[in-house]
Design a protein around this ligand. Sequence first.
Ligand SMILES: [Zn+2]
Length: 333
Amino acid sequence: MNLTPEMKAQLAEQKKQCIFCKLIAGEMPAKTVFEDGRTIGMLDIYPALKGHTLFMPKEHYPIMPYLPGDEFSHFFGILPRLSASIMKAMISTGVNVFIANGGVAGQQASHFLVHVLPREAGDGFFNFFFDQRKAKISEEKKNILQHNFPTMMANHFSRNPAAWHQGAGERPAFLKPSTVLYEDEKVLVSLPEKGVAEGHIEIYSKEEKDFQKLSPESASHLFFVASFAATAVFEGLGAHGTNIIVKSGVSDDNPSGRLSMHIIPRKQDDGLKLQWEPKQPKYNLDEVVSMIKDKTWEINVVKKKVLVEEPQKVEKKKIAPHDEIRKAIERLH
Ligand SMILES: [Zn+2]
């Protein structure tokens, strides 16, 4: 995203007021569980569930589209490993990743961040229970998404949309009545007939059933496609904001345990209760910090080892993640 001088000035002003920038700079105490050169993870001090962690780039970006390519790849590439650490620390069977784009979607801070929630059966958290779907997509809106989304993807990958769309195979059993909007080697993007909101898009990985097992390349590709889907509903359907929610592993609201990603268009007063009420924990957060740190420390060790063994990866490339992903995919052919 290219910023105008006005936008840059506005961002600098926003950054001065940002509580997360203060926490990152150490001006306020944070419950930090992970840190590398560009990323930080800290416990939410009003957790929805025990082990609820916020991960964010250290640099101040107000929303997802502001993240430059290399930052985007790094941040979303490392997220499965961070989620795995939290799951191990909390001995959980599942995990959710929750992103709020816009105040209407529940974004509370101006610093871009993601919520990682460890999940298990019986944890009493039903905000992401998507079985009861009442919002049917109109033919008009379906046509808009059916046209816009594959075109956006094809333009970015400089390919013919028909060459990308490989949806001629058998429909996977888990897909409810839906339209396949886009498909490539890694993901399948589906528009169900009924969603929790009109234009609810689902994305499935064709590689892994568990989020925490995704490779960095596959994870950043998944979020890259999700950010396009969020843009498509924002621009094409006139949504005021979006939620991006990853479900993975067994919990009461995900009995199959399958990895799925949900892009939910949001509007003012749409009545959806995806956000939770802030509440003081009844346990000691510092104990949770040490439980999680006990599992995240090895991520930096593994990263260093990889860098030593593969020196070409240390080289800093100034290319967008889209190009990196495209090249990675082309190598598969
Ligand atoms: Zn900030």
